[in-house]
Ligand binder design. Structure first.
Ligand code: HEC
Length: 195
C-alpha cells in the first residue's frame, strides 16, 4: 500500500515539473529574444487620421498634442491605449480576427502574431467577449467625426447600440478633450498597418 502511495506522489511531482517546464520555462526560453517594437517605432509614420484630427479640431489638438508628429502620435497612442484599458472597452470588444466563421469577411484579414509584437500590445488586448464588433481593423472604417459622435453618445449614430457614452471626455460645448482625441487616434491606428 505504501508503495502505491509513493508511486502516485512521485508521478504527481514529475507531472507538475513537466507541466512547469513545458508551459512556464519553454515559452520564456523561445520567446525572450523576439524583438518587441517600441511605441515610438509604431508611431512612425503617423496615420492620415491623426493629421486630420489636427485639421478638424485645431485649437483642441494644439492644446493637447501640439503638431501631428511621430512624437505626439506616440503620446496620443499611449494615452488612448491606457484609456481603452482603464474604461474596460476590452470587456465588450475583441482585437483579434480569428480564422473561423468567415470572420475575415466581416472584419478583414485574419490576425497574425507579428501584429502584436509591440509595446502597444503589452498587455495584449485580444479580449474574450464580443458584445460589440472586433476592433483590430477599425482604422478608416469610420471618419474621425463619426468616432467623436459615437464616443460621446453611441446611439446618435447607431440607434440600437448598447454601448455606453463617454461624455466626460468632452467639454460642455461638445468640443473633444485630450482624452477623446487620444482615444480616436488610437482607434484609427488599430489595423492601419494592414491598409
Ligand atoms: C457594454 C459594452 C461596450 C463597451 C463597454 C464598449 N463598447 Fe464599443 N460597442 C459596443 C457595441 C454593442 C457596438 C456596436 C453598436 C455601435 O456601433 O455602437 C460598439 C461599437 C463600437 C465601435 C464601432 C465599431 C465599428 O466598426 O462600427 C467602436 C469604435 C467602439 N465601439 C469603441 C469603443 C471604445 C473606445 C470603448 C471604451 C471607451 C467601448 N467601445 C466600450 C459595446 C461596447
Amino acid at each position: 500500500m505504501e508503495r502505491v502511495g509513493a508511486t502516485f506522489l512521485i508521478a504527481g511531482v514529475l507531472t507538475f515539473l513537466l507541466g512547469f517546464f513545458l508551459q512556464g520555462v519553454m515559452p520564456i526560453l523561445t520567446l525572450r529574444n523576439v524583438p518587441v517594437a517600441t511605441v515610438e517605432e509604431v508611431a512612425n509614420p503617423v496615420t492620415p487620421e491623426f493629421v486630420d484630427l489636427a485639421e478638424e479640431y485645431p485649437a483642441e489638438f494644439e492644446r493637447s498634442f501640439g503638431k501631428p508628429t511621430p512624437a505626439s502620435f506616440a503620446e496620443a497612442l499611449t494615452l488612448g491605449r491606457d484609456l481603452y484599458v482603464a474604461e474596460a472597452c476590452w470587456h465588450c470588444h475583441s482585437q483579434f480576427v480569428r480564422p473561423v466563421s468567415n470572420e475575415d469577411v466581416r472584419f478583414g484579414p485574419v490576425s497574425t502574431a507579428e501584429e502584436y509584437q509591440n509595446e502597444m500590445n503589452l498587455p495584449h488586448l485580444f479580449g474574450t467577449r464580443r458584445v460589440g464588433p472586433d476592433l483590430i481593423r477599425e482604422a478608416g472604417k469610420h471618419s474621425n467625426d463619426w468616432q467623436m459622435a459615437h464616443l460621446y453618445d453611441p446611439r446618435s449614430v447607431a440607434p440600437y447600440s448598447v454601448m455606453p457614452g463617454y461624455a466626460w471626455y468632452f467639454e460642455d460645448d461638445l468640443r473633444p478633450k485630450k482624452e477623446a482625441l487620444a482615444l480616436v487616434a488610437y482607434l484609427q491606428w488599430l489595423g492601419s498597418w494592414q491598409r
